[in-house]
Design a protein around this ligand. Structure first.
Ligand code: ZN
Length: 327
């Protein structure tokens, strides 16, 4: 036996039963009219005959609403809607992405699931959308520590000819330096959750806006000595702001450090370099959502791979994507 012996990973009817138990823990709800009352199970319905399947294929999980008389399955209104990929392969994909700390490339998914590369790419992006949390509750609180840091990853789409300091880049230096890198800012509540942001540029104003919107004012903020953060206490955004001086080789002073957020960046960067390699800037926030998701449900918090997979499946509702191109 292995995790892949589970029936819902290879049997379509079992896959539907598994997903229905997650999306509808209290029984089916009609996605067309919201009726959660009388709903008929339509058994033995087959799709229209095609060249590939002259007798049609069985339509698993098909239901009919007694109120609006419309038909639906659990896939309607989720990121799995309008996909021809069998549901059991979606569950395999969700497991792969939920259980691989640094992510799974579309190439690997294409080979493992035996779908085209393009299909695998779309599946991965839909699953990233399912992982997006949208949580808005503030981090920290009285006496609690929130770590914050910025990192730069990959070059921006329209490189600047000027440095952050204003001077012009010369020759081969063009496109180097932080002004031409994609900036990522992350918050980690000590021992808890992460929340990451792709910003056009890491600026003091941008950092302060993120703190104001995402950190409880009673929190202690821990950062390195970067100038970006040094007005946060003065402006009343946090109760205290303490720094470690990396330039002076100081990484921990008492309980002051930013190691949690740096560890998060380390996994993110190793994954982006080793697994994803190419990522269009417009999609960076989706990859951040993926890394945030896994960090927030990490094994260190007692979450196992299957529970993390179930959490991906919990997030599929109400998020439909219609990508036109795979790039
Ligand atoms: Zn209905």
């Amino acid at each position: 036996m292995s995790i892949f012996s589970k029936k819902f990973f290879h049997d379509e009817a079992a896959a539907f039963a598994k997903l229905e138990s997650i999306v509808w823990p209290d029984g089916p709800t009609c996605p067309h009219c919201g009726n959660a009352g009388k709903i008929y199970e339509l058994k033995g319905v087959r799709s229209k005959p095609s060249k590939k399947n002259p007798e049609g294929v069985e339509r698993h999980g098909l239901k009919k609403c007694a109120e609006c008389r419309k038909q639906f399955t659990v896939r309607v209104g989720t990121v799995f809607e309008s996909s021809h990929v069998p549901l059991h392969k979606w569950l395999q994909a969700a497991y792969l992405m939920a259980s691989s700390k640094k992510g799974v490339s579309a190439h690997q998914m294409h080979r493992a699931l035996e779908v085209t590369y393009k299909t695998a790419w779309f599946m991965a992006h839909r699953l990233r959308e399912a992982m997006r949390s949208g949580a808005l509750d503030p981090f920290g609180g009285e006496g609690k520590v929130v770590e914050m840091d910025e990192t730069y990853f990959g070059t921006i789409d329209n490189p600047s000819t000027h440095k952050v300091t204003g001077g012009e880049f010369k020759g081969s230096r063009l496109g180097r330096g932080p002004s031409n890198k994609r900036a990522v800012i992350s918050l980690v509540e000590r021992g808890g959750q992460v929340r990451s942001f792709h910003v056009p540029k890491a600026t003091r104003a941008g950092v302060e806006k993120i703190v104001a919107e995402n950190v409880d004012k009673e929190s202690r903020l821990h950062t390195d000595e970067s100038q970006l953060y040094n007005k946060t206490k003065q402006k009343g955004l946090v109760a205290d702001h303490e720094t470690v001086r990396h330039s002076a080789d100081e990484y921990v002073r008492g309980d002051v450090y930013s190691n949690s957020v740096e560890n998060y960046f380390s996994v993110f960067k190793r994954g982006m370099r080793g697994v994803y390699q190419h990522c269009a800037e417009k999609h960076l926030h989706r990859y951040l959502a993926e890394y945030d998701f896994r960090y927030n449900l990490r094994s260190g918090l007692g979450v196992n791979d299957m529970e993390r997979t179930d959490a991906v499946l919990t997030g599929i509702s109400g998020k439909r994507l219609t990508y036109q191109t795979a790039d």
